[in-house]
Design a protein around this ligand. Sequence first.
Ligand SMILES: Nc1nc2c(c(=O)[nH]1)N[C@H]1C(S)=C(S)[C@@H](COP(=O)(O)OP(=O)(O)OC[C@H]3O[C@@H](n4cnc5c(N)ncnc54)[C@H](O)[C@@H]3O)O[C@H]1N2
Ligand code: MOO
Length: 415
Amino acid sequence: MSMQADPCAKPSLMHPDEAIIKLLEQVRPLEESEMVQLPHALGRVLAEDLASSIDLPPFDNSAMDGYAFRFEDLAQGNRFTLIGHSFAGHPFEGEASANTCVRIMTGAPVPPGYDTVQMQEKVEVDGDSIVIEAPKALGANVRRRGEEVMTGGKVLCAGTQIGAAEMGVLATIGASQVRVTRLVKVAFFSTGDELRPVGTELAPGQIYDSNRYSIQGLLSRANVEWIDLGVIEDDPEAIRAAFRNAAANADMVLTSGGVSVGDADFTKQILDEEGEITFWKLAIKPGKPFAFGRIGEAVFCGLPGNPVSSMVTFYKLVWPLLNKMQGLPQVKPLQLQAKLKGNLRKFPGRVEYQRGVLSQNAQGEAEVSVTGGQGSGMLTSMSLANCFIILAQEQGDTPDGSLVTVEPFNSVLAL
Ligand SMILES: Nc1nc2c(c(=O)[nH]1)N[C@H]1C(S)=C(S)[C@@H](COP(=O)(O)OP(=O)(O)OC[C@H]3O[C@@H](n4cnc5c(N)ncnc54)[C@H](O)[C@@H]3O)O[C@H]1N2
Ligand code: MOO
């Protein structure tokens, strides 16, 4: 295993795990909340615990298509007279009496007085009467009123992100609107004189501004409100004006580019003048020059310009911050061990987030391979991947067949 030193590594680089802890200390959950109509609640975060105002299910109902009857009547035999039917939405209106039964459908109310349902496959119909094969227990195939939740019972907790299941739970208890934390506002811009918008011709030395689009994708996945301030030229006054505008309108200012040491890297310089930088330079690859600070009331995250670096630092550092600001709990990402296919090159010095394809082989073992070239400008290495291969700070080259740590892409990165 080669253990050459990373020419870029410096002892002062901060480990990304330490950086996350420090970052999270700098932000608080937003306190403001608002009511939203249920169809607009997807992705939002509940601002308060929610109790059910009804029993769930609201009435005793059948779990099977079949016949409702009184269990005790089986003591007199298993022939029952059919006296009516109960369909979902159309309950039986009559009265239960000895040795009678009611035809019942799944979800239909079990008429008062009846207590047990037998599925129709276990019943013989004989004119107006039926012969029931005795079910094992009283109450068989009946879903009892309130068996899931009683009126007043908690169904969802504050801090829960509303996904597809929660949308359904909210509708189940009849909530037409719901109180959620207000959306975090993020203003972002790209910096760089070489950047051109899509839909224009490239002159020599120019490239298309891809980061704004990947950042838009990430912000959409993170369920925040974003303000796109476009591309700002490498001019200190233009960057200063953009910073002021962004800070006045957002909770977070997010930039891409200009955080390294080049002669036109003004982002850090302007932020030093207009706000404050808390730390800068992390032991992470890609993404070393990630910058963090404050400008006015807003937090500032400066993503490196290299396209993969900006995505990796967003995932690792910005996303947990946004989660905390939205009132979501921090969830440790799932990691697992997978067998490496091929050799991996790495210099000791920085934690590396190489892009990988995780799959299961015929023996059911997890295997992973890198997505080709791992340069921090090669964005296709991200789009081909479904996981990160995480290599520890002091690790060097890793041979084929080794067990490596992988982190499957989470909801912010996966489609
Ligand atoms: N002498 C040193 N040079 C560099 C160092 C260093 O430590 N010493 N760090 C390198 C690392 S690591 C990174 S990452 C980059 C980060 O640089 P910046 O954040 O200042 O970004 P730029 O210089 O503006 O751009 C870097 C690269 O990315 C392209 N880019 C920028 N913005 C976009 C965009 N919106 N869409 C697509 N591509 C973008 C830009 O053209 C450059 O190729 O610095 C290294 N240098
Ligand atoms: O950290 Mo840079 O992102 O290695 O290229």
